[in-house]
Design a binder for this molecule. Structure first.
Ligand code: ZN
Length: 471
């Protein structure tokens, strides 16, 4: 048996007004190329960078949210390398004194350790137009503030990696420090993966880059784990490398063999003094942090929600905000969670919407749940009404206007049951001969006649009584 060992490196774009070390706007998405630059982010000779205080505070918040130890003093280093979209020839990053170290978060009850969290600046963007013999360079992103977060190799499956990223996105969005959407490149993940015979020494790892969605991360990992397992089973050796992911073809490809750390010639940034983070400052920042998803999840479990549902809700900023408001109506928490995570989630996924983009209000959903719980309407009717309720309709009004209250008058139901029995002699014969599941066809017919307003368990009982069978 072989098992994968996975580590992640995540970059998050910070939602500050200005860039990491200059006053250019940090928000450039969709703007004309090279319109957000200045001598500092262009790296012209003689300029001096200054540290963005907001970026540091966002970094502290993120490190605290990941249960990291925040350094009392930290420092920026130059990481030297040449890329056409990095005009300075170095990136200001952090090296042996990162902002945060030794953290962890829990994913599905398992702890994933966070090795480090540090601040750095982004490089620009190169575009290679298809068929052209030139490349285009946009330096709007150059110098944009980034958080880099690195995990220990604690992840054990592609699915867990995807959930981990979802948690990180949720934490960043809850803190309001980053939009963290991979579509706009505001959250990027690189993965390290190796495969080993179960329980043995770590195998040779490869790094996969250019993963622009959580789904790509999961697919690339699944592909790479299969590839490495095949090599190992065949008696071969995995070569260390940096791979890219071809989303369309669904496979990894070789980008380059890996640089060693020494190639970057790290040294302390001479233009920036070490940064002291006093404990007073740290506590001021901590006091401004909102309730984090892990705390929300614990609160939901306390309110009676199953851990599985509590995790889904707590780690979705939009669903948890909705859930919290709906809970205030006093409706049973698990019942509400069932609706949100099943029927409402299905509706949203189908249409690619977030809950706040629909007309659904917490009050209406709570009312719908209550109508079912009180036996006023059947679950079937509630499901039929959901699309309209999602568009803003009041469920109580719909029930009233259309006469959809559950039929509780058994005499009326018994008449319908007898009609259906009389009209289906064949089905009746097979039920009487022992094929009891044929009763479902009759049940369906009665339900249709009542437009779903009959409680199915009552109809089933009445059918069984009329046919004199046990069902
Ligand atoms: Zn600038």
């Amino acid at each position: 048996m072989y098992e994968p060992v996975i580590g992640l490196e995540v970059h998050l774009h910070l939602k500050t007004r200005s860039k990491m070390f200059c006053s250019c706007a940090a928000e450039y998405f969709g703007d004309a190329p090279n319109t957000h630059t200045c001598p500092i982010c262009l790296g012209l000779p003689g300029v001096l960078p200054t540290i963005n205080r907001q970026a540091v505070e966002y970094g502290i918040m993120f490190a605290l949210a990941l249960n990291c130890r925040v350094a009392e003093w930290t420092q920026f280093h130059r990481k030297n390398y040449y890329y056409p979209d990095l005009p300075k020839n170095y990136q200001i990053s952090q090296y042996d004194r990162p902002l945060g170290t030794n953290g962890w978060i829990e994913v599905g009850g398992e702890r994933v350790r966070i090795k480090r969290v540090h601040l750095e600046e982004d490089a620009g963007k190169s575009t290679h137009p298809a068929g052209a013999d030139y490349s285009l360079i946009d330096l709007n992103r150059t110098g944009a503030p980034l958080i880099e977060m690195v995990t220990e190799p604690d992840l054990t499956s592609p699915e867990q990696a995807r959930r981990f990223l979802n948690h990180i996105r949720s934490i960043a969005q809850t803190l309001g420090i980053s939009d963290a959407n991979p579509e706009e490149g505001k959250m990027r993940a690189d993965v390290n993966v190796s495969v080993r015979p179960k329980g043995q020494e770590l195998g040779t790892k490869v790094e996969i880059k250019n993963l622009n969605s959580f789904r790509s991360v999961q697919r690339a990992l699944e592909y790479e784990i299969k590839r490495q397992t095949r090599i190992l089973k065949g008696g071969g050796a995995v070569k260390p490398a940096t791979l890219g992911w071809d989303e369309a073809a669904g496979r990894t490809y070789l980008m380059r063999t890996k640089e060693a750390e020494a190639d970057y010639r790290y040294f302390p940034e001479p233009d920036l003094p070490p940064l002291r983070i006093t404990r007073e400052w740290l506590e001021q920042v901590r006091a401004r942090m909102p309730e984090l998803p892990a705390r929300k999840m614990a609160r939901y479990i306390q309110a009676g929600v199953r851990p599985y549902d509590a995790e889904i809700l707590a780690y979705s900023p939009s669903l948890s905000a909705f859930f919290d408001r709906a809970l205030e109506t006093g409706v049973e928490a698990q019942k509400l969670a069932n609706w949100l995570n099943a029927d409402v989630a299905g509706y949203l996924n189908e249409r690619g919407l977030e809950i706040h983009q629909t007309g659904l209000t917490p009050e209406h959903l709570a009312r719908l749940v209550r109508l079912v719980e009180a036996g006023t309407i059947t679950g079937r009717v509630a499901k039929q009404l959901l699309p309209e309720v999602m568009e803003g309709a009041d469920p109580e009004r719909l029930v009233e206007e259309r006469g959809l209250k559950a039929v509780t008058d058994e005499t009326a139901l018994r008449t319908l049951v007898e009609e259906v029995i009389a009209a289906n002699p064949q089905a009746v014969a097979s039920i009487r001969s022992g094929k009891l599941q044929a009763i479902n066809a009759l049940l369906g017919q009665v339900m249709r006649k009542t437009r779903g307003t009959a409680p199915p368990e009552v109809v089933r009982r009445l059918l069984a009584q009329a046919l004199e069978v046990d069902a």
